[in-house]
Design a protein around this ligand. Sequence first.
Ligand SMILES: NC(=O)c1ccc[n+]([C@@H]2O[C@H](COP(=O)([O-])OP(=O)(O)OC[C@H]3O[C@@H](n4cnc5c(N)ncnc54)[C@H](OP(=O)(O)O)[C@@H]3O)[C@@H](O)[C@H]2O)c1
Length: 494
Amino acid sequence: MEFSCNILNSLQNKSILITGSTGFLAKIFVEKVLRVQPNVKKLYLLIRATDSNLAKQRLHDEVLGKDLFRVLREKYGEDFESFISNKVTPLPGDVMYANMGVKNSEMLQELLNEITIIVNVAGNTKFDERYDVALDVNTFGSMNVLNFAKNCIKLEMLLHVSTAYVCGEKSGLILEKPIRMGETPNGSLDLDILQEQSIAQNKLKELETLQATKDEERSAMKELGIKRASLYGWRNTYVFTKAMAEMMIWHSRGYLPLVIVRPSVVTSTYKEPFPGWIEGTRHIDTCAVAYGTGKVTCFLGNPNFALDVIPGDMVVNAMIVAMVTHANQSSEHIYHVGSSSKNPCTPNKFADYGYHYFLINPVISKGGKPVIVTKPTMLTSLDSFGRYMRAHYILPLKVFKVVNMLCCCNYFHQTYSDMKKKISYAMYLMNLFGPYIFFKGIFEDDNTERLRIAMTSASASDAEIFYFDPKCIDWEDYSINVHLPGVVKYCLKL
Ligand SMILES: NC(=O)c1ccc[n+]([C@@H]2O[C@H](COP(=O)([O-])OP(=O)(O)OC[C@H]3O[C@@H](n4cnc5c(N)ncnc54)[C@H](OP(=O)(O)O)[C@@H]3O)[C@@H](O)[C@H]2O)c1
């Protein structure tokens, strides 16, 4: 790879538009750029809001107000606000609309004249979102961003954040290759994205004719998404609509310099701005939180397959290096950012680290008592999960039912309905997360490795600032001393 640029210097005087900055990943991106390169010209943050006051408010509450910005605040002290108002412009908008919903014509003109880089991180990350909404945001929203990018006269780069799981149900080595238009994990080439849009619209009309309630409409549209995804071999609506986004933007990119970054499962920061920052409870952390709080005593995962996770700051560093390296090149690149290829760790090891962490640092329950964890049972397949549920929940549930009937009373009614809720919740989580946890593939990351090696040989200081080598991670140390304390601090709600 030709690598002639200096990453840090190249960020100077750039005008970067970022979508999704109220979310977990883009926030880390914004903080990093502002902290390492104060001479960046401007960051325009597209924020879902009806007007600029609300966008400003959300910027302050949901972005700058987070602990993530503590180091930057300390660096600037009382000049923090003026530094931010010079460098950051919140934009009310929504990627579901043309021009990303930016309505102010003066601002629109400024963006079209000034923007040099667009980083599209916005996404609807609910696995089982309504099909119409997920299509509008993830698939057609990404197209709106691409169309906007094409109209920016100084544009040097569009970086789109996808997900490694766009590959669908696969095993073996998953390559950093584009998905061909219409190609599905089932091997057919007959997916028609516009037809998918019509299917969603027709279903909505049908529900309207049937005078479905809002709740009925929501659950029917959610069901439709999952049904369409599994028909083609994707695990859920989220990855399906993200895969369609990739197909569309790749197909329609023209001569636009394009980078697609596909992270695996993003976890708390490894090092910067400080170790262990995270927001919201994500896939693997849902299990950790449930285990630490005593809600479950088992962990899921097959010891033969890697559970691919990667810290958020490494993902952001890889994004910055890729976008700067390929800026102004009329070419396109795909990067997997994960750990399963170069430094895999297995679910049972993560479970073990969780056990050791919570044994020494028990969660204190609402009642003030420590939650004592026991060594978790590892459930290594969907079948063993089913057996575990039957033995621990479904059979006792049947016993309760019989006792209730024999006693002709509702003495156990509360226990019975609590158990029913637990079972359906566990089944629901399993349906959503199971395929991730039991994923058999390994994400090849040779492009990402080449990028890293090229940066390292060009500049030792860039390599230090923009580290993203997953081989550096000691999973035991990271889990016990960084990630789990971060999850407990930022995500645990008792
Ligand atoms: N986190 C992971 O483990 C992971 C792994 C692989 C890939 N990714 C990808 O990385 C990206 C960011 O993920 P994340 O974890 O940061 O997600 P997140 O915390 O759920 O944030 C999503 C962001 O997208 C914004 N957004 C949603 N709909 C929008 C719309 N119609 N118009 C404009 N903005 C909209 C959200 O704004 P609101 O605040 O207004 O909702 C929020 O800022 C996503 O594209 C996701 O697919 C994430």
